[in-house]
Design a protein around this ligand. Structure first.
Ligand code: ATP
Ligand code: MG
Length: 407
């Protein structure tokens, strides 16, 4: 991507009373506020969001099949499940031309149950495990903290259907373990906490996943042993929860064993071998994909730069043209950019704009591009480029061939 073609409306002055991630997202031109709790994802924010989504999808693909559920849900499904009355004012509704009420989905239990209930006849049709990554809407009473508590946000939601409570719980713990691996893969030191109150979604076994951050909305208590030694037995024991440490924290995910809370009212049943009918056992698993992006900024951003977890960087490497008036430098930059594209595909950024080198470096730090190759008149004369690795703070003068061995 050439910087001259990339819309990145950076802002110097943002309200410093905003939460750190909100300030950063505005300064770096990642989002634009459209209305209360409503944000447009601009090219930089969108790229990073996609990277997070890809990691989340990779781990969900191990256990679930990906689907895409509709954003708008017919009210009649919600009346069937009983959520129409219980969900309250966070539900946003629209009325269509036939006077039918549609609900903008805050999660998708009802539509997923509807997708499987005509197919499932007997135990041999189970298990079914589905997920989707889709925009959700919750008419939050007080949208705040930018993308952390907004009204429209991206969520990854998984749903499982099993014939027995035991099988459903076994899968639940598989998801729990996979979530631990997934959060580890993006450098997040996550703390799963068992919840007794499962709220509007229902069920009787639930864990919330938190990351520690001063700006978090929640106050958690956790066993400090957890940070050193993570295994499933620890989690199971955490119900009694030798709670020793307290911290502010951000909730990034929430999983539930739902039992038959939805399958009973929505008549999702399977016939067993003895010809009796049994309500299907369900689980649901949610990760706040867009909130994760904000959480990463809260945790990893410094004053003027961010070091994204590996694989989440908007671009892996940038070619920085330090002498944009020189034809030779421009040609050299284009050549190196072309070669890098072959290796990094769309993950290369070429800053070809008529801006000072210092301004370019400031912007690339704010964007969180980890590797820079600086090419200007001086570099061309010396036949050496300046290579900077922001994550390891390495800075070297290197030749053409050294560059390609290094990256
Ligand atoms: P919270 O307690 O923060 O309101 P929740 O318990 O209502 O969260 P869930 O219904 O479990 O959330 O949704 C799954 C995930 O979606 C949450 O863990 C969170 O990461 C994300 N999420 C929920 N509400 C919002 C929101 N208003 N804005 C951004 N992300 C959200
Ligand atoms: Mg909520």
């Amino acid at each position: 991507m050439k910087a001259s073609q990339f819309y990145i409306p950076m802002r110097k002055n943002v309200d410093n009373s905003l939460i750190k991630s909100h300030q950063f997202l505005l300064r770096a031109g990642m989002i634009h506020a459209i209305g209360a709790g409503l944000y447009a994802w601009l090219p930089l924010g969108w790229r990073i969001l996609r990277k997070i989504e890809n990691v989340i999808a990779k781990y969900h693909d191990k256990l679930f099949s990906r689907t895409c559920m509709p954003i708008m849900h017919p009210e009649k499904l919600w009346i069937e499940s009983g959520r129409r009355n219980s969900y309250g004012k966070e539900t946003l509704c629209a009325v269509d031309r036939h006077e039918k009420v549609l609900i903008y989905g805050p999660s998708a239990e009802e539509v997923v149950v509807d997708c499987v209930r005509n197919y499932v006849q007997s135990a041999k049709h189970l298990p079914i495990t589905l997920y989707n990554i889709q925009w959700k809407f919750r008419d939050e009473v007080r949208p705040r903290f930018g993308i952390m508590r907004c009204r429209e946000f991206l969520m990854c939601d998984g749903y499982s259907f099993h014939i027995s409570k035991e099988k459903s719980q076994k899968f639940y713990y598989q998801v729990l373990e996979t979530y631990l691996e997934m959060f580890q893969a993006i450098n997040l030191n996550v703390i799963p906490i068992h919840q007794n109150d499962t709220g509007e979604i229902g069920g009787d076994l639930s864990h919330e996943f938190f990351v520690r951050a001063q700006t978090g909305e929640d106050e958690i208590e956790f066993d400090e042993k957890w940070l050193a030694d993570k295994n499933l037995t620890e989690i199971l024991n955490m119900k009694n929860h030798d709670k020793k440490q307290q911290s502010r924290a951000i909730e990034i995910g929430h999983i539930f064993c739902l039992n038959t809370v939805y399958s009973k009212p929505m008549k999702l049943k399977a016939t067993l071998s003895d010809n009796t009918q049994q309500n299907v056992y369900m689980g649901c698993y949610g990760v706040g994909v867009s909130r994760l992006l904000g959480a990463m900024i809260e945790i990893f951003a410094e004053q003027n730069k961010i070091v994204w977890p590996k694989g989440i960087e908007p671009f892996q490497i940038a070619v920085v043209n330090a002498s944009y008036d020189s034809k030779n430098v421009c040609e050299k930059c284009e050549k190196i950019y072309g070669m890098l594209l072959q290796k990094y595909e769309s993950d290369v950024y070429y800053d070809d704009r008529k801006l000072s080198i210092s301004e370019k470096k400031v912007q690339l730090s704010l964007m969180g591009v980890p590797k820079l190759i600086i090419i200007g008149d001086k570099e061309l004369q010396n036949e050496k480029f300046t290579y900077i690795d922001n994550s390891t703070k390495l800075r070297m003068e290197i030749t053409d061939s050294e560059l390609f061995n290094l990256i």
